[in-house]
Design a protein around this ligand. Structure first.
Ligand SMILES: C[S@@+](CC[C@H](N)C(=O)[O-])C[C@H]1O[C@@H](n2cnc3c(N)ncnc32)[C@H](O)[C@@H]1O
Length: 491
């Protein structure tokens, strides 16, 4: 990228001096707090009293700026640093203000003169003397935006295409490369194109609350639920949903459509074990589906975090869906220890008809909902740490499946290292040799007539090995993966 200052001056004309908008001021305060606390962006937004005082429009812009800067800051810094002699010495407050303006210029499509002028005013609130410097940097970003996004500084060919895709989505180039390697360029493109757009919201109905469906009718937006999944309403307007009491009284649970599909595939009658139950979104869907189908089911929900286990219990209690669920705080890598009390009560080492491993993962299928994921991930998370933990959890859980029983392995990742590669490593292992891979679309629940549309949807997202893999896309839901195994009756 050459020196674009003169070009920028030509494009921008005279500087526009405008009063600083409250949305940008509040966004800067929140981003600086996040930088200091290391908290998640959504928690920072929820905790901000200033945000609540803004008009709805300004609060919307401030939210977009905070989430957008967090999602793309590595790319923004790459650009900003191009124009600084000593980038490492830049004051953190000036950098954060420049990131906001750069995000507007590169990704939000704010009118360039307004973005530069507001950016300069924002920098001025933190360091008056840096206003001239901010003006020069931002004007050059306006001039060089196209060159940067097209990666014209990278040799032409597949590398340029990958870098351009990464920059356009605000992702680290190495991570975009991993996504392309896992999905192929065409499917990866779907993910890149929606990366900075808001994700659609889906909910699952509590079957005990007959009024929830009517209450939700007015909250539906766009086309109705794409998978025809019983109990699922999607997409719904999330801001309006927050103004109802539906979540508070657990009349519904927010759960991505594809996560609901995975939980539905895992819903079986009999004794069930869930490892990695977390806050219990899938626990909610499984109990709800079983109730809807009149299935007799009892479940043990194992989760490492005591806090998440408590949240799961509270929601199921409020929903009236708590019957037959037992909550265990413990390590899924050592189930004999975690389940020692349930084994003692049963008088034997318990085996289960159905086991779901909802594995901790990189979350690369949900990055548009969790903007910190891409820039916090490291290559070794993907190549070593996550797959190692996932295989350990899957292998340990497999030892608790009754002969003839079902084992489901799920992630919200789009990366083959965490998905197909873990499945293959498991099937190759001593424990895994006692299992056969089976298509997700052939899970028991999908044989029911009312689940026929959902079964067709699963088939449409299945690989030729019967692995379910979805990819986030514009106006569509998140990237989820699921494999189904059946334990052989005799080994
Ligand atoms: C994908 S999240 C679960 C989401 C959850 N099932 C839901 O539907 O809301 C994975 C969960 O595994 C938990 N986890 C991580 N390591 C674990 C371990 N060794 N044993 C048990 N749970 C673990 C994490 O705390 C996290 O809640």
């Amino acid at each position: 990228m050459g020196c674009g200052a003169a070009r920028a001056r030509g494009q921008l004309g005279d500087a526009l001096v405008t009063e600083l908008s409250p949305a940008r001021r509040v966004a800067l305060d929140i981003l600086l707090d996040l930088e200091e606390s290391g908290a998640y962006a959504r928690d920072g937004l929820d905790a901000s009293p200033e945000l609540r005082e803004l008009s709805r429009r300004d609060a919307g812009l401030a939210t977009r700026l905070v989430l957008g800067v967090v999602a793309t800051y590595g790319c923004l810094d790459e650009l900003i640093d191009t124009y600084c002699e000593k980038p490492g010495r830049m004051n953190a407050r000036i950098r954060e203000a420049l990131r906001i303006a750069a995000f507007e210029i590169v990704y939000l499509g704010t009118e360039p003169r307004a973005a530069v002028s507001q950016g300069v005013e924002l920098v001025r609130t933190r360091a008056k003397s840096a206003a001239g410097f901010a003006n020069a940097v931002l004007r050059r970003i306006v001039a060089d935006r196209g060159v940067y996004l097209a990666a014209e500084d990278v040799p032409a060919g597949s590398e340029r295409n990958a870098v351009s895709a990464a920059r356009s989505a605000g992702l680290p180039a190495w991570l975009a490369g991993e996504v392309i390697a896992s999905l192929g360029f065409e499917r990866a493109r779907l993910l890149f194109d929606c990366e900075l757009e808001p994700a659609p919201v889906a909910v699952h109905l509590n079957p005990h609350d007959a009024t929830a469906e009517d209450a939700l009718a007015s909250l539906r937006v766009g086309a109705s639920d794409v998978a025809g999944l019983p109990g699922c309403i999607a997409p719904v307007a999330s801001s309006e949903l927050m103004h109802t009491d539906l979540l508070k009284r657990s009349a519904v649970a927010v759960c991505d459509l594809n996560a609901q599909v995975v939980a539905t595939a895992a819903t079986m009658p009999g004794d069930c074990l869930e490892v990695g139950a977390g806050r219990g979104t899938k626990s909610f869907v499984m109990v709800a589906q079983a109730t809807r189908c009149g299935m007799r089911r009892s479940a043990v929900a194992v989760e490492l975090s005591k806090k998440k286990n408590r949240l799961n219990r509270r929601r199921l209690e409020r929903a009236g869906l708590i019957d037959c669920v037992c909550f265990v705080t413990g390590d899924g890598c050592d189930l004999d220890r975690a389940l020692s009390e349930t084994d003692r009560r049963a008088g034997e080492r318990r085996l289960f008809d159905s086991v779901l491993v909802d594995a901790p993962c990189t979350g690369t299928g949900t990055m548009r909902r969790h903007p910190e994921i891409p820039w916090r991930l490291l290559p070794e998370d993907i190549d070593r740490d996550m797959p190692g933990l996932q295989l350990a959890l899957l292998t340990e859980a497999a030892r608790r499946v009754r002969p003839g029983g079902q084992l489901i392995y799920a992630t919200c990742s789009v990366l083959q290292q965490e998905n197909a590669a873990v499945v293959d490593a498991f099937l190759d292992s001593e424990v895994g040799r006692g299992f056969a891979l089976a298509p997700v679309s052939q899970a028991l629940i999908f044989e029911r007539p009312e689940f026929a549309d959902a079964a067709a949807y699963v088939r449409s997202q299945e690989t030729n090995r019967g692995l379910f893999q979805t990819v986030p896309a514009l106006d569509s839901f998140d990237g989820h993966f699921c494999a189904r195994f059946v334990r052989r009756k005799t080994v």
